[in-house]
Design a protein around this ligand. Structure first.
Ligand SMILES: Nc1ncnc2c1ncn2[C@@H]1O[C@H](COP(=O)(O)OP(=O)(O)OP(=O)(O)O)[C@@H](O)[C@H]1O
Length: 358
């Protein structure tokens, strides 16, 4: 996990969807979705291809109408107050169109002019600010066609930041980027989080999401199968890896731990026996890393002594694979963590950002 500082929650959801559903003919692309994104979240929106991520984002932005349910952003229903909501969002859903022969800076000027931003000193300062945030200031005079793919993507984000939005929505921002470009976007997201923005990030790249996001939701076939705090989800996936000297010892350790699991060691989850690269027997115990010493003690009590014992960190990949592998239950209901306490409706209208003159 990164050490970015996330501003404290004030209890107000920036995005809240209630049973949000979209069907295209017979295909239910998004089903009964209850999402909750809090102020200051760097929220990872994960799911395999075709699981409904883009459809959800398009509904949140009012680009398509839901078949059922509703989306409330900043406390406002987007079916009724879309313009007020959109003023507070900077989004990139598809690669933005820029003029290839204009410089990065001139492209921003065109976008500002087209969106009715007052041209003047305030705008000039804002161009500099956003170009600094995306680290393109030194390339601002370069023609867009000479930008790398990563620079183009960052210019798109700069454009989305022009009006100083509170919520930044990025749909697969690292698609097609090389590793250096991916790292640039990661650093950029961390910078935006440091500026207090709420980020909604859809991505396939689990490692990236694990690095930058504090909360995630995982979609599968349009259903929400997991939503929660990244650290907590990772903790659930911690393991203790025990190497025994002999295969028989590993079998005996397995038998003992499985027995104790039903008794004093209820914190033990699934246990598996594998081999490491040297074909030595390994016991993989689903258990909190902090329980390593306890496991050692339990085995020693039965005259079994581990040759090596290591705690293994959880990974979002393990969380994701488990969540997306679950079979579809008839009438599958989304698994939603207990929502944060919603503050009084009055709180919802108090925190408006300044934004560039429009
Ligand atoms: N306009 C549309 N008409 C018909 N079906 C659609 C439409 N838009 C999306 N779909 C279908 O809805 C499902 C969800 O698509 P969506 O693009 O939301 O998934 P996604 O999770 O964003 O996938 P990807 O990661 O590949 O972009 C897919 O089966 C897709 O084919």
């Amino acid at each position: 996990m990164s050490d970015i500082s996330i501003p404290p929650y004030d209890g107000m959801p920036v995005i809240s969807t209630q049973r949000l559903t979209k069907a295209f003919g017979n295909l239910v692309a998004v089903n009964d979705l209850n999402l909750q994104v809090m102020r200051g979240d760097v929220f990872g929106f994960l799911g395999p291809n075709g699981s409904g991520k883009t459809t959800t984002i398009r509904m949140l932005l009012g680009l398509i109408h839901p078949t059922a349910g509703r989306a409330v952003l900043f406390g406002m229903d987007n079916a009724y107050q879309l313009p007020a909501i959109l003023q507070r969002i900077g989004a990139i859903v598809e690669t933005p169109t820029f003029y290839p022969y204009l410089s990065g800076l001139d492209n921003l000027r065109v976008i500002a002019a087209n969106s009715g931003m007052v041209l003047g000193r305030a705008n000039n300062r804002r161009y500099e600010e956003v170009l600094d945030i995306v680290e393109l200031r030194q390339y601002q005079q370069l023609a867009y066609r000479n930008y790398s793919l990563g620079m183009k993507q960052r210019l798109g984000i700069a454009a989305a930041l022009l009006a100083d939005p509170e919520l930044v929505m990025l749909d697969e921002p690292t698609n097609g980027l090389d590793p250096a470009g991916v790292i640039e976007i990661r650093k950029l997201i961390q910078r935006l989080a440091g500026l207090g923005k709420t980020i909604f990030l859809s991505s396939h790249i689990l490692f990236e999401v694990q690095q930058v996001c504090n909360r995630v939701a995982i979609l599968r076939k349009g259903n929400l199968v997991k939503q929660g705090d990244v650290k907590e989800l990772l903790r659930e996936k911690e393991q203790v890896e025990i190497r025994m000297n002999r295969a028989e010892e590993a079998q005996e350790a397995l038998r003992i731990l499985q027995h104790l699991k039903g008794q004093e060691a209820s914190w033990i989850g699934h246990i598996a026996i594998e081999q490491n690269a040297l074909r030595q027997p390994l016991l993989l115990v689903d258990a909190p890393a902090a329980r390593s010493a306890d496991i050692n003690r339990l085995l020693a009590r039965h005259e079994l002594f581990a040759a090596e014992l290591h705690p293994r960190e959880g990974s979002l990949e393990a969380v994701y694979l488990q969540a997306t592998a679950q079979p579809n239950q008839p009438g599958e209901m989304p698994v939603v963590e207990a929502p944060y306490e919603q503050k009084k409706a009055a709180d919802r209208t108090t925190d408006r950002t300044k934004g560039v003159a429009k």
